[in-house]
Design a protein around this ligand. Structure first.
Ligand code: SF4
Length: 366
């Protein structure tokens, strides 16, 4: 257990406690148990309005109740891994980490989805669900294969939406036609693209193989067909500057992108960066630096953008670096505290300028 003096030092140096960490300290000291810490947090944390528009808030606004995502690994691959575009994948991607946390062997996808519905209904009292094709490039197959996969997942009327993570350069017209068909009968159809940064030099160095122009093009085509779009960005890629990621906010605002996931870089042994770090460690963002960048990013995003997550992480036994985490279950408490400390609110520094969507002018080639 961290001694009470640590909390006092944190209070004196930051002017505030990080309430989630306080709960963790107390819980770990007494019972080594995070649920206990959560309850203590809820009891002691002063109430404050959320400074960001979270995904759960959006679901409550739109559907009046909780909506739960069911993560699916259908066995798609990625053109940046199978040789069509590249091999080895993006430098930060690990072949295990890109797979969904939830997949149960060879079980029929419909059975798997129904099992998850029952589980989440009991555990979270969720009534509505979104089938979330999380792993690799969820549009990287023929239209027939895609339709069959999505149909299997949409096997229950409680599944009201479809969400597909993919690459912005991997959205063929055929895949778009398939997804657009679901717009007519589902309440929510979304695609997620890894934008990461606007710096093409970084994207090339990370072997991503996609560009900000790909993101602009895919977003426009998805919007034309009635799909919602979510962008992933990463702070802390080697050689990248926070400003390169902040520029993503301008692009997102100008394009009317609906959602964002903000990640800190983390390294696992099965990624190229992880292997490089193991043989020659390099500096990683500190927790404080990352929180600062995340807050600045949130302030630059428009107030309507749905913030789906503000951390990236791997299980403790697979995370090489950094040596800190922001537990997912506390992410909103922690980010709210950090925003409050800085006097920031989502949208407070947002710029809406269509000129920012001219990537050919804005983002020089490497
Ligand atoms: S596009 Fe996604 S799945 Fe493919 S290598 Fe990059 S991070 Fe991994």
């Amino acid at each position: 257990m961290l001694p009470g003096g640590c909390l006092g030092v944190e209070f004196l140096t930051q002017g505030t406690y990080d309430w989630a960490r306080v709960g963790t300290y107390i819980g770990s000291g007494f019972l080594f148990c995070r649920p206990v810490a959560s309850v203590i947090c809820l009891l002691v944390k002063p109430s404050s309005a959320s400074r960001v528009r979270t995904l759960s808030a959006y679901f409550r606004e739109r559907y009046g109740e909780r909506v739960h995502k069911i993560a699916i690994d259908y066995g798609f691959t990625c053109p940046n891994r199978d040789g069509a575009l590249g091999v080895g994948g993006c430098a930060f991607c690990d072949s295990q980490g890109a797979a969904a946390a939830y997949s149960e062997g060879d079980m029929d996808l419909g059975d798997y989805v129904r099992r998850m519905i029952n589980r989440f209904e009991k555990r979270f009292k969720a009534k509505h669900f979104i089938a979330y094709f999380q792993s690799y490039a969820g549009t990287y197959a023929s239209p027939d294969v895609l339709r069959r996969a999505y149909d299997q997942a949409l096997c229950d009327e409680r599944v009201i939406g479809l969400s597909v993570a993919t690459r912005s350069d991997c959205l063929s017209d055929g895949a778009l036609d398939v997804l657009a068909d679901y717009v007519k009968r589902l309440r929510e159809v979304r695609v997620e693209f890894g934008l990461q940064t606007t710096n093409k030099v970084t994207l090339a160095a990370m072997n991503c193989g996609h560009t900000p122009e790909d993101f602009v093009d895919a977003t426009r085509r998805a919007h034309d067909r009635g799909l919602r779009v979510c962008a992933h960005v990463i702070f802390g890629l080697p050689g990248d500057r926070p400003e390169d990621v902040y520029a993503c906010a301008d692009l997102i605002n100008a394009l009317g992108v609906e959602g964002v996931k903000i990640h800190n870089l983390y390294l696992t042994p099965d990624s190229r960066l992880g292997r490089e770090f193991s043989s020659q460690p390099f500096p990683m963002m500190s927790r404080e630096e990352y929180l600062h960048c995340a807050c600045e990013m949130l302030a630059r995003l428009g107030p309507a953008v749905v913030i789906e997550r503000v951390v990236g992480d791997a299980p403790d036994d697979r995370r090489l670096a950094p040596d800190w985490t922001i537990p997912k279950q506390y992410q909103w408490q922690i980010i709210n505290e950090a925003m409050e400390l800085r006097g920031l609110v989502q949208g407070g520094q947002a710029v809406f300028d269509s000129e920012r969507v001219a990537p050919a002018d804005s983002y020089p080639d490497p």
